[in-house]
Design a protein around this ligand. Structure first.
Ligand code: ADP
Ligand code: TRP
Length: 334
């Protein structure tokens, strides 16, 4: 059995980047014979930026509903909320104390995120150690993530290797990242200052959320930034966001047709956007219905998370006990 683990921060409703970069590839891996999946909602990570209990709760449901809507099988896999297994915070401390401060100061995601916030918490700085704890607490072997998380996985491997050298080679399982090349980074709806693509992200406000009413989804797609090439002129598909997104969700045939239409000229971006909207609506139709169902029946989500905590908790407890003992700590029951 190979153990696959991944988490999504509950900072809002999952967007297209989350679906293509994390949820769908994760489910695909979970469904492969011989794999055992641990998928969780990283609600403690959300606390680095959100300080409102109602929003934390609502986002947790939205994220969980995203996994369930996309078809994660919670019977065979482990599906839980990070905060339900508090062992993870204790392990975070053990890891933090073994990881060089200077390495954390070089985290790309910290630099990106802290630059956009008025007030930066210490939690945001230690975020990679909480993520490493998420992974090491369950002896995960494979971690499917988007390209942006590569450095966090390197930190995880580094801290695990360091601890293994110190306390015994077998103590922690050193995980491998699984980064899907064909998905890479899903672009957001706006271009950057130099006219290039940006990463779709909740923190940049450039995301496409599929789980919303059709009208709103269409409106969002229509907002995608394009250049001002006139309708009749040929267009460059390779520098266009609409085409880049279409490539990720439409069939090969459909993509080839759209490519021709760009190169030929005579088609406006509005038509391309309409095609993208239809491709999104068709590809994710069933998932969108299921999402609404779960969000209207949150008790069903709670039930799944409770079962998940009951399954994941004992695994975490056992791994943490192993680490504690090696580091010279024990714990009395109370
Ligand atoms: P966000 O950047 O919107 O806050 P998260 O950081 O919560 O998204 O990402 C959750 C998961 O989705 C991670 O595995 C991440 O790599 C993946 N992901 C997020 N945005 C993208 C994207 N634009 N392209 C590919 N994968 C992404
Ligand atoms: N940091 C990840 C992100 O923002 C989410 C995450 C938290 C995660 N813990 C994890 C991903 C453990 C994989 C494994 O995308």
């Amino acid at each position: 059995m190979s153990r696959v683990l991944t988490g999504i921060q509950s900072t809002g409703v999952p967007h297209l980047g989350n679906l293509l970069g994390a949820i769908l590839p994760g489910i695909e891996l979970a469904n492969q014979p011989g794999n055992e999946a641990f998928f969780f909602i990283a609600d403690l990570h959300s606390l680095t930026t959100i300080h409102d209990a109602d929003i934390i709760r609502e986002n947790t449901y939205a994220t969980a509903a995203g996994w369930l809507a996309c078809g994660f099988d919670t019977e065979t896999g482990y599906f839980y909320r990070q905060s339900d297994i508090p062992e993870v915070t204790e392990l975070t401390w053990y890891l933090t104390c073994h990881f060089p401060y200077m390495r954390l100061t070089r985290a790309h995601s910290f630099k990106d995120k802290s630059g956009k916030l008025d007030s930066v918490s210490g939690g945001l700085f230690f975020y990679p150690m909480l993520m490493a704890a998420d992974i090491l607490l369950y002896d995960a072997e494979m971690v499917p993530v988007g390209k942006d998380q590569k450095q966090h996985l390197e930190f995880t491997r580094e801290v695990a290797e360091k601890i293994n050298r110190q306390y015994g080679e077998e103590l922690l399982v050193v995980p491998d990242p699984i980064i899907r090349d064909e998905v890479k980074t899903v672009p957001g709806i706006n271009k950057n200052e130099t006219g290039g693509f940006t990463k779709m992200s909740k923190s940049y406000g450039n995301e496409i959320i599929l789980f919303q009413p059709e009208k709103k989804l269409r409106k969002r797609v229509m907002k995608i930034e394009t250049d001002s090439t006139p309708v009749e002129d040929p267009k460059n598909p390779d520098s266009d966001i609409v085409y880049a997104l279409y490539k990720l969700v439409a069939s090969e045939e459909q993509v080839a047709e759209l490519r021709d239409a760009y190169l030929r000229g005579g088609m406006g971006y509005g038509t391309a956007k309409q095609l993208l909207f239809e491709a999104l609506r068709d590809k994710f139709g069933e998932a969108r219905e299921k999402y609404d169902y779960y969000m209207q029946n949150k008790n069903l989500i709670e039930e799944k998370l409770r079962e998940g905590a009951e399954k994941a908790g004992p695994v975490a407890y056992e791994v943490l006990s192993r680490i504690r003992e090696k580091m010279g700590y024990k714990r009395y029951a109370y």
